[in-house]
Design a protein around this ligand. Sequence first.
Ligand code: ATP
Ligand code: MG
Length: 201
Amino acid sequence: MDESEQDRRHKERAKKHKAVVDAKIAKATTDKGLLLVLTGNGKGKSSSAFGMVARTLGYGRKAAVFQFIKGAKLVGERAFFNAHPDVRWEKCGEGFTWDTQDRQADIANARAGWAKAKEALADPDVHLVVLDELTYPVNYRYLEIDEIMPAIEGRPSMQHVVITGRAAHDAFIAAADTVSSIQDVKHAFRDGVRAQEGIDW
Ligand code: ATP
Ligand code: MG
């Protein structure tokens, strides 16, 4: 087959493909505030959520981020977004449980953080709420799922919420519109590479 015949067939296939894609797009006509859950053991959950913060700010809208585990250490995303007038950025934890080694302090931080998150979940001006690493205090029972779900489900109808963290509770998965489970195929850490600035924190 000569080049021009290949090009002609390619064009024909692309045309058919476009018709299929266009038909699917035409069917998706609803707008709504989404609940997204980014879970799984692979890298890329929080950084994806912060990507959506950037997208939101790009349209001049407001975002609120509640970091339920990390807090003590300055991370690049906080350094960048905290300076933005349209972002509320709250640290709701002092670090991993194996670092803090203080269960009561972790519980108090998680509960104080959740009280702040509830404010954002009631504010229609906040276009996107990120509940980063919320899965952990829920799985440890520091926060009750029965207290969390009503606030998420009763939020303003156009507000988007992203929950990140491993082993997401079934109630989060059931309520979510979009769920991605990021698979851990390889991670440099297992080859002895320490966390790299700008990539990992
Ligand atoms: P990121 O913030 O980079 O998107 P994440 O939110 O998916 O990562 P977390 O479990 O919150 O993952 O862990 C955050 C930190 O741990 C990051 O430095 C990340 O590179 C690292 N990390 C994530 N997954 C793994 C893994 N499977 N093995 C080792 N380190 C990991
Ligand atoms: Mg994370």
